[in-house]
Design a protein. Sequence first.
Length: 113
Amino acid sequence: MNTRRDVATAEPQTTTDVELDFITLSDEELEKPYRVILQNDDITPMEVVVWVLEKVFEQSFEQAKRIMIEAHVKGHALVTILPFKEASARVYSAQSRARDMGFPLVLFLEPDF
Ligand code: TYC
């Protein structure tokens, strides 16, 4: 039985340590170009990917379809190249829209310099 003494002397079952890394970017770094990469997954419907690319990255329907198919076939595709601040805001917006619909769409950034 779990007496008060047992509880007080019990070894913790989980660790509660949290490590946070803070990265500060200078104004100059925020302006540097980043490639926005679309990552394939097995769940997000093709129409949703195309819709997000049209809405968030202002791609034409044809271009959005081409990018989506490239990611679907090759695993990832270049969407656009933007300054870091703009690129990260759009990635956040795109992933939020997908999450709101229940899909795990992922985009990530790569430095283009
Ligand atoms: N592979 C997904 C499917 O078959 C479609 C998809 C394409 C998902 C590109 C994500 O970045 C992506 N439904």
